[in-house]
Design a binder for this molecule. Structure first.
Ligand code: AHN
Ligand code: ZN
Length: 331
């Protein structure tokens, strides 16, 4: 026979448990129900302070000119960061020839999330910085910091990688940092030769890291950190990927970034996206600053020593980073 007291205590415990479980049922499931019925995709919050620090770190290595110590150290830093953020990382290594015949060791850095997913988006930027300051009036032969031209696109992509590591994403994402984009023919040479820029992206587009690599579309970031920057609908982007241009500019407008993402249409420019579109045929847009007041229509500090940390704006980084994050997480 079981003791009467034991039965009484057991009943008491049962009653208490029932009351608590009832209380749970009445308060939690309602919220759960509405969540599962109407799923919404949360977009992570882009942290511009973080992106800014990633740019500072690159600049602190010194100019990232191919074959320099700073270039080598920055390469190792970038590979390490992407690994820390849970990506599969590889470096595509080979030699390419500069316009004047100088052989340069090229290192394209490729970071991959969800390698087996067929739906993929390609994000890219160049990570090298220019070996001279041919738009400047002094110290033309000295390399530039390239905080905006080189540093900014990489800084935004590192912060996006960090967000992907915190908030798992349901599509494949490939982040490619192209090397030797910015070692093209100087503007004081009178016989201008075609295709001297974007050597890393030209190489990758002809020799992708994976046979038959493809992505649904690509987004290139170039000079995305300048104060009060304006990003216009550039010609190559419109020609090959107008649907993506409209999608990105639409998401920017929805987020209140129309001061940065203006709806003006501007002429085509030679940049990494040109070769991705033409050679590997992935529809790719360029988010790149357009400036009507300068001679070459680029950022006022383009290829000058003043392209340093002083011209980097967290507001601009935030507008670009938050927009691209929403593009990714709403797919
Ligand atoms: C031209 O100078 C026409 N294209 C090079 C694009 C570039 C250089 N982007 C950054 N630096
Ligand atoms: Zn440049």
């Amino acid at each position: 026979m079981v003791h009467n007291g034991v039965i009484k205590i057991s009943c008491l415990i049962l009653i208490v448990l029932t009351i608590f479980s009832c209380d749970n049922k009445s308060s939690i499931p309602l919220a759960n129900k509405s969540d599962t019925k109407k799923p919404y995709k949360d977009v992570p919050k882009f942290n511009a302070d973080s992106a800014f620090l990633y740019i500072q770190k690159q600049v602190d290595f010194g100019p990232r000119v191919p074959d320099s110590k700073a270039h080598s150290e920055c390469h190792d830093y970038l590979v390490d960061k992407f690994s820390t953020f849970g990506a599969n990382v590889e470096t595509q290594l080979d030699y390419v020839e500069r316009y004047d015949g100088l052989r340069m060791r090229m290192k394209n850095i490729i970071a991959t999330y969800n390698p087996n997913f067929s739906k993929r988006i390609l994000l890219c930027a160049h990570w090298d910085s220019r070996y001279l300051a041919d738009n400047d009036s002094i110290n033309i032969e000295k390399p530039i910091d390239g905080a905006n031209d080189g540093g900014s696109g990489v800084g935004v992509l590192l912060e996006i990688a960090r967000q992907i590591s915190l908030y798992p994403i349901s599509i494949g994402v490939d982040i490619i940092l192209f090397d030797v984009e910015d070692q093209g023919q100087p503007n004081n040479v009178n016989k201008q030769v075609a295709h001297t820029w974007c050597l890393g992206s030209q190489y990758w587009s002809r020799n992708p890291h994976e046979e038959r690599y493809f992505a649904d579309y690509g987004i290139l970031l170039d000079m995305v950190g300048g104060k009060d920057a304006q990003f216009t609908k550039e010609g190559i982007s419109r020609k090959f990927a107008s649907r993506i241009v409209d999608k990105v500019w639409g998401i920017a407008r929805k987020n209140g970034f129309s001061n940065f993402f203006v709806s003006q249409e501007t002429p085509p420019i030679i940049d990494d996206h040109l070769y991705i579109n033409n050679l590997i045929h992935i529809p790719t847009i360029n988010i790149v600053e357009y400036n009507d007041t300068t001679h070459n229509k680029f950022n006022a500090h383009h290829h000058k020593h003043s392209d340093n940390m002083d011209i980097i704006s967290k507001k601009t980084l935030h507008a670009v980073g938050q927009t691209v994050l929403e593009v990714l997480y709403s797919e």
